[in-house]
Write a protein that binds this ligand. Structure first.
Ligand code: 9MR
Length: 384
């Protein structure tokens, strides 16, 4: 596969060499054409009908996806497809502060409990997302949380929520998206209310509280934009590694890195070696790795669905081939299972108005080439 890719990159260089006469306008369509030819040659055939959860499990991996409470509770077909394909379920929003915390002193576990029960009844594990994040905070947060009470508010939240689900969680995203080098700090930390009130130590405090409340769950630091070969993402990888090294050196109980894996077809340069090295670096800290929110934005791809699905499947294949080569990777989760329910439709829609197709199942819950690419990646993965 690497050979085929470098063949394509090679053509890119050739095209680039004649830059004085070949304008950007011609270069891009040519690169697109070569990519299409390259992906058209790929084999996405899959042996057997087994669902992704079984293929992953056969290699000692976990496969699953995120869903909102609303989608699962109202759509029996989705619920059945979910239970068939997924070994683990993560609530998209139900375990964020916004949903869980109607007021400064109150907790509402209704949606979360429904999802926990659904998962357990259908033989799925459960993943918690997310205890500490700068987004999805409730309206009352700003007026009620300050430097004086922030530590107590945070610790109470973690003790109560992680305590409520203790023993039921495969893993928790304890802290989400704490890195943002563009904020200009030398440690790369994002300027959030938690950082402002508690300093960088808030991350250590959160992991300690989670470990105390639920000693069984795998405690994950989760972040995004770590996948591509761009200066921005390189900066983020460096900062994430520095954060994880610091946490480990202080014996803070972080146990895994969650790489969200929101991918982009035809938007950014992907260098397998770069990603592979990052995974090795993380693993060498003694951490497990989970791909937690995988999907492929298809905004830059042609409208034609057969072509588009092939290119999206190619992105999944390239990515998972690298990721599953690292023995520290223990699981892969999609951010949604079916194209019917995806955040990308709202946030990264296509200019031509056609529906986006970022996930393994189509709008009618039928398996797509992306499903096949994932299935093949599990089938070809080394056993854990
Ligand atoms: O998909 C989620 C969307 O429904 C919410 O409105 C949004 C804010 O809470 O969060 C989205 O999920 C995000 C996840 O929690 C963290 N990583 C990025 C995901 C997509 O934005």
């Amino acid at each position: 596969m690497y050979k085929r890719r470098s063949f394509v990159f090679g053509l890119g260089v050739l095209v680039g060499a004649g830059a004085s006469i070949i304008t950007e306008k011609i270069k891009q369509p040519m690169a697109d054409m070569w990519q299409k030819i390259e992906v058209a040659r790929r084999d996405f055939t899959v042996v057997g009908e087994q669902p992704l959860r079984e293929r992953a499990q056969a290699k000692g991996l976990i496969y699953g996806a995120a869903s909102s409470y609303q989608e699962l509770a109202k759509n029996v077909d989705l619920a059945n497809r979910f239970a068939a394909e997924c070994g683990i379920l993560v609530p998209v929003n139900s375990m964020k502060w916004q949903e869980l915390r109607p007021g400064p002193k109150t907790f509402d576990f209704n949606q979360g409990d429904w999802l926990a029960k659904f998962a357990s009844e259908r033989g799925m594990q459960l993943r918690g997302h997310t205890l500490i994040w700068h987004k999805a905070l409730p309206d009352w947060f700003e007026a009620n949380v300050n430097k004086q009470n922030a530590e107590q508010v945070m610790l109470e939240h973690i003790a109560t929520v992680a305590g409520h689900y203790a023993g039921k969680m495969q893993s928790w995203d304890v802290v989400n998206e704490a890195i943002f080098p563009a904020n200009g700090r030398s440690d790369g930390l994002r300027r959030t209310p938690w950082l402002e009130f508690l300093g960088p130590e808030y991350i250590d405090l959160a992991f300690q509280a989670a470990a105390q409340a639920d000693p069984q769950a795998l405690l994950v630091y989760n972040d995004h934009r770590l996948d591509y070969d761009t200066p921005e993402m390189e900066g983020r990888r460096v900062a994430v590694l520095k954060l994880l090294e610091g946490l480990k050196s202080r014996k803070t109980p972080v146990q895994a890195l969650g790489i969200q894996g929101h991918l982009f077809a035809n938007e950014m340069p992907f260098k397998p070696k770069k990603l592979r090295q990052f995974l090795s670096d993380v693993a060498s800290l003694g951490l497990k790795i989970m791909i937690t929110e995988l999907d492929v934005t298809d905004r830059m791809l042609p409208g034609d669905i057969a072509v588009r699905d092939r290119l999206v499947a190619g992105v999944y294949q390239d990515y998972l081939d690298v990721v599953l080569d690292e023995p520290a990777v223990i699981g892969v989760l999609n951010w949604g299972l079916s194209d019917r329910y995806t955040w990308i439709a709202g946030v990264r829609p296509r200019d031509d108005g056609m529906a986006v197709r970022p996930l393994p199942l189509d709008q009618d819950f039928q398996r797509k080439l992306a499903w096949q690419a994932i299935a093949r990646a599990f089938d070809n993965a080394p056993s854990r």
